[in-house]
Design a protein. Structure first.
Lengths: 507, 507, 507, 507
């Protein structure tokens, strides 16, 4: 809950689709893109952008971008416009800076000597500034501050000497990957193919799905209507696609009407483990998504169980700050044996009301967002599970609300460790100074927020809760384990918790 | 969940506020109205309307109405405009007919010989057509089809002979009440007072709150900053007000800067019990609201327990169709001893996407709205609790989704009885023919929707779950029990379930 | 030009259409209404409203209202919605008070015992306040401050004793006319007929046209596709209709699919002349409209000629403040023999720019609106014709502009007399104090505005320029001359110039 | 009039401003830019864009772009945002292709090694395609199809070897000019200066003004508050600036807070005359603008006189298709001695009404746009002056309207020669096949459009009407005549009339 309140968030979601077989097919690519992107809406609500190609020679590209949720950004006339697509990519964006303009929306399309390419990505290039200087030194003017434009110009820039008549996109993408180690999950559309790329550290997620006829969705038959690629597998359910596999760290996958083909896996430096963002499990991803073979909900529930082991509480009931902390709260309840009850009722219609805050309203604060379900906890000691405490200023009024409504004690248990360090790989985190874990008040955090006690999950506890499930999957899923031979197979980025970044930061 | 999907819904929420003490006070009435209405947003999302009065002689009224949610309908300039108010009423409306225009929005304001009156109400006059004819026979043209205008003209119309210099609003309101028995909870604002009125059967809810300084919100001290009146008490929490009491069936309460005064209680016909809408408990109200001394959440939980007694299931896990059925599901789990798990993950960003449905999309249906939390139920027998099944066409794809994701059996338990009859008192229900309970398919409802079994709560079970809590409160709350002397003190309208309407329908 | 700048303006335009012959016909009534209203747009730009009826028993009425110009207020979906109409009325409104809300938009529709009636009118009831009190004393609440609602309720209110099964609308309209002498041109739609009514003084214009097949538009043949009624005949050209005749002062005309029928002519009090607003000629009407048998442009040109006779100038060139004063300027040039040149170039894109005025901008003032066509007048003495000077603050910067660009002298000649009195009959005029003619500065108006000399047309000159053309038409047009037998046949309201109002003002 | 109807139009207007003296000054640059651009609105109504710089080291640039007229595109909050500017450029765009997106709006801003540059231009590069290929061959991806981005990337691309620490923008601009001969009038803003550039052929206009205190606007004193540069001098009047001089063909002028400095004049190839677009005189420019020392209105009037000499008519009255042909009509009237009258009244409120055309409406066509001022021409022979006939389908219904309203003969005289060839230099002209002058019907154009006779001005007549005024100015204005030594001093592009393009078209 803290994340949401504090403007911490994922920067983006990407999604792509290619109709299988001879074009045009029955599959309405624009519809698939729209539904797929709606299922990634939790990864970004600021803007939505679509580019489709008819796949012809030369191809016709059609673009639509709009501000706001997919449903707002993509009105009927836009969908109509996009119907010509036999393949396409799309993108939903989270506002990281408050500065949001349509021209910063992805996908980014540029015309090159070989025709147009379209690029959408999730992540943040750790060496973006150095790369910008390099590109500009070559004489290229950059019209936005977005990494997407930078990536696109880097792809366009590769000296043409190594190419004859046609562009060698794989070589260009490899070249790009050699320039920047992380963090990006990338979709590059050129004419009739989509290249799906994950950085060598696998910091951001990306997975592939297969569209089958709805009637055969759950049979084992092999009809394929199209291929989709997405930041998260939750979007496959929405469109009736089957989960196929993850794109591997460092892998370049080509998706065309003929199918899916792995072109290359760029290795990490010797000895480096992968660095998949652990907060995808903790907070960002939708609970029904699958990463590394395990469902996110289950990982969160394990975090709750682990938390109950690490930080047991003498209390009467366990509850959740709805809705994101619920799996952890149920896990805590199961492990601890304490009964699970609901204590807060969320007003789902609270939006931006244009009320100028006065003292009264500031004091009320969270009250317009949550109602107290008094009967469930009055006279009781409550363990309240939250998924994170970032700034520490949103949990405090909730505790006050519960105590005033009759809770005798409110114990806070946080299903993730304290965030202490900035992220340079695509997550928007408050400045170091704003993080409660770096403030003097953290010494007496319980007193500061008015709780009877506060305990966080340990880093080790979190990592084990995450990796335990992967371990148990190793035997089943040989595809993953054999493909990336450099360094360890399992590893997660915990930089915001530990300050240990997966690559050296050179700026 | 069914309710929401099928366009069943409450018609309205009303809210009013009067600043206490000498005007102007510190209390910003326009802000209180806005926040109060946001907390009633679940009762209507089509439009929002506000009327404030400065309370002077003659008073200045300021009106603002807008389409959509409060946050949309009430932009900053509207709030600014309304700042002059020392008292005011507001209203949020649910679209009952699909026909929605700004001019049908409440509150309705008319100029009369004595000055302007403003009226907002929740409910539906059972004899509206007869009353319209009566008013028009008097030579009045009606410019809308709304009951609010009708009520307002009826209030204006009372022959002036019984009044001298000033209007006798209580007499006029009593006269109105003698013309129409139910259903209405009514706010009438005239100059510097608000009259809060509930019909003699108490069919729609209405309660009063007291605004105290935030710092003293939970102390016993008696500073009063203002008075509020609302369809539901959940809006009091939002604004830092304390629950004061319900308006009684048939009661006319005057709210002014001097306080709250009960002016009269109009009795029901001899022997008639009250008829508070039982579906306020089952579905409409926010779970943290209080009716008849009991919290709605608790009643829903009792319904779940009662259902477990009436309809036990041989299964592995109990779950909910989020979010409205969760209290009942937790109640069922507690009573049955089966573990509670989550099986569905809701995409809260699914809105109106402008996708023209094709076969594929129709088949996918609910998939874009819910994701399956597979790990929690694969290989298991699931009892899925829903709060209602109205048309029977939304639960079916959910069952399919769960079975395809690995549930071995899906048993449906419904925490309310089947709806079989239309409501004429303000609830929007499909036609008799559309209700699944009236269709031949209902004979084999389990087969029809693809469930292993389907069982509904009985009417008796529902009534006892509702009234059990009231009974236990009788001793504490003498105010309610003594005030309405005609007929029985406890009684609920179950017309949509039983066809027994609280009054004779004369059209 | 002054009028426009100073917020002086007509309050409304009304338009109606009935398809002739058996319904449905080929004629698209909604289109005719829209085009007809666009041609009346100069009479009001604040809002547009439409009501159509299918004419059945009982009829279905469809309403659409919107803010802004017809093109904004009437989007495609509105036109679609209105296609069901076989007859309809519409209205465009000028903001008289700055207070504008959709609910004040006409036409006003109310439901009565006999069914719905719709009313649109142009004008202002001189005794509106007394009538409001009367209506409210009867027990009717009025929901707006508009005369339209008042008229509609008065029509509804007529005691039903004089009617049996069906309403007697003519009696009701006559009754209304007996209650209020002026000022109104009125369209009342009931089921399948439109009643077109002009007040006994004929203060506001209203005329009838006949829609013929486009191919026969200028032949003498008699096919009739429909009937239209409009504030001004300029709207007939737009839709391919032929001018048929004016509605006479006091006349009630019934328009149905069977044709046009004069039902009654309500007389004025003995001796009272008609009082058609003379400013319709001077400023409000479109120059191609026809009143009393003469084209407005020609009257304005005659005013210019008369002005040249009354106020000759020793100068080199004659010019206009574009565009409304051009006919008068050409008339002045013809009469005086001085050459006509253009001296000002209008920037037709100047709209509302959101620039906060600072000193520089205030000083520049009119410069953003007009450019000087220097070559045409540098070194010359200019006679500049304006149609009116109301407040005197807009002509001043124009004179400055011309002098700075090289005019040696600028003489102002105004083609109408000074306005000195308020209008209570539907024209929005600044307060008496704001009118330049009532200020001390008027003694030396030339010095005040920086002109070499300023002269106005006399009241006698204006009246003779207007009536000269009517006189010459008398023989041709016997229909008009014989129909209204009470009092003189020709007469114009000059109240704003002379203070002589056509009726006694009793409030 | 034909131009407007047929989508022929200028592509753009550019405007820039630099505050003089020590920053910040009293001059509000954002306001000056807005007002300046409003005065260029006739050159483009599709979008408006603004970029301001605070001029610091490093500078902060602020950008605002919006669709529609300046008044729509630039709301109050945008103006507020732009207030930080001490200098700035802006641009208004005409939709040439129907394809209009915000991202194509100018000015175009890119980040380079040396900092950001902003570019706005008017015109079209004749060799754009070749230049695009060249840029892309260098590895630059182009994200739009606009020439502005191309120009910007060309400026960024110049090999950095010739520069040391700071960019040599003059060298880069010269380099750009050596790559592309025409057509462009260009504003380049870098940090604290604006470079104003006109292509060597001077195809598009550009001139400089000086802002003086309003009180001294027409004195000879020399206080300078700022400098402005604009496509047309009409924008100087709007903001109270004095006309300073034209930018010469091929000239690079630097405008800074220190004043205006001519940096270089790039010559044309030996023997090539300048090629200022003659249609700026005929149609595009506002009549109060000054080109080559003469007022556009006067040139148009001379065209009318010349037309009267070349094509006299035996008729009764001369008139105009309002409003653009009026100067020519007055010129024709003066030369011919025939009286000038108005025959058409324009409905200035005709906008986009969403009426689906049916037969009736198509037949009526122009009627909703123009009313006939019948009295002025009934029974007379009319000479109607138009400024151009492009496709021939809009004049035809006007002739029909006049004849039906009583004109005995309608003779068309066109104040420019027939357009026969496409323009590749920034003017949007229908395809060759669509031009009436290239159709068989042109042989009997009078019969085709229903006129008694049709005559066009000759090319020689047009050129002499344009150049006659320049000749007479030669002695006065030595600045112009001495500056550009290569080739003839006077010359105009008549390519669309003659097919003789100023440069060879190499694609």
């Amino acid at each position: 809950m803290e994340f949401e309140e504090n403007g911490i968030g994922e920067e983006c979601g990407v999604f792509g689709c290619v109709a299988a077989g001879e074009w045009p097919t029955q599959l309405e690519v624009a519809q698939v893109l729209t539904l797929g992107l709606v299922a990634l809406q939790h990864r970004g609500q600021e803007s939505a952008g679509f580019v489709v190609s008819n796949g012809a020679s030369p191809p016709t590209y059609t673009t639509h971008k709009g501000m706001g949720l997919v449903s707002t950004a993509c009105p009927p006339e836009a969908l109509l416009k996009l119907r010509s697509g036999n393949l396409g990519i799309c993108h939903t964006r989270y506002s990281t800076t408050g500065f949001s303009e349509l021209q910063n929306c992805q996908p980014f399309v540029v015309d090159t000597l070989h025709g147009k390419i379209a690029v959408a990505h999730n992540g943040e290039l750790v060496n973006a500034l150095a790369l910008r200087r390099k590109v500009m030194r070559h004489g290229v003017g950059l019209s936005t501050s977005s990494d997407s434009e930078l990536i696109t110009q880097l792809l366009a820039l590769t000296p043409p000497m190594e190419e004859r008549d046609a562009p060698n996109w794989v070589a260009r993408i490899k070249n790009l990957m050699s320039e920047t180690p992380t963090s990006y999950s990338l979709l590059v559309m050129f004419k009739d193919v989509i290249y799906a790329v994950r950085d060598p550290y696998g910091n951001r997620p990306l997975c592939i799905g297969r569209i089958v006829p709805v009637s055969k969705l759950h049979s084992g038959e092999e009809d394929t209507e199209g291929w989709v690629v997405s930041s998260e597998s939750c979007s496959f359910q929405s469109i009736g696609a089957k989960y196929y596999r993850e794109v591997l760290p460092g892998e370049i996958v080509q998706i065309s009407k003929h199918g899916v083909k792995s072109l290359s896996v760029v290795p990490r430096p010797e000895g480096d483990p992968p660095a998949f963002c652990i907060f995808e499990y903790v907070y960002f991803a939708r609970p029904d998504s699958i990463f590394e073979g395990q469902m996110v909900y289950t990982v969160r529930q394990r975090c709750g169980r682990q938390l109950a082991i690490e930080a047991p509480t003498d209390a009467d009931v366990v509850s959740t700050v709805p809705e994101s902390a619920t799996p952890a709260a149920l896990g805590y309840a199961q492990q601890s044996g304490l009964p699970y009850v609901e204590v807060l009722c969320k007003n789902r219609y609270v939006g931006r009301t244009f009320i100028q805050p006065n003292t009264r309203l500031r004091q009320l604060g969270v009250a317009k967002k949550f109602g107290a379900l008094t009967d469930n906890f009055a006279g009781k000691r409550v363990v309240l599970i939250d998924d994170s405490i970032v700034r520490g200023n949103t949990i405090s009024p909730i505790i006050k609300l519960l105590k005033e409504a009759g809770a005798t004690e409110v114990h806070i248990r946080v299903a993730s460790p304290p965030i202490r360090y900035p992220c340079y790989m695509g997550i928007n985190i408050p400045t170091k100074e704003e993080l409660i874990a770096n403030k003097p008040e953290f010494q007496d955090i319980a007193g500061y927020i008015g709780a009877a006690s506060v305990k966080y999950l340990t880093v080790e506890g979190l990592v084990s809760a995450v990796q335990e499930g992967i371990a148990s999957l190793k035997e089943k899923d040989e595809m993953i384990s054999t493909s990336n031979t450099s360094g360890k197979r399992v590893g997660h980025c915990t930089a915001c918790l530990t300050g240990k970044y997966p690559v050296e930061l050179e700026w």
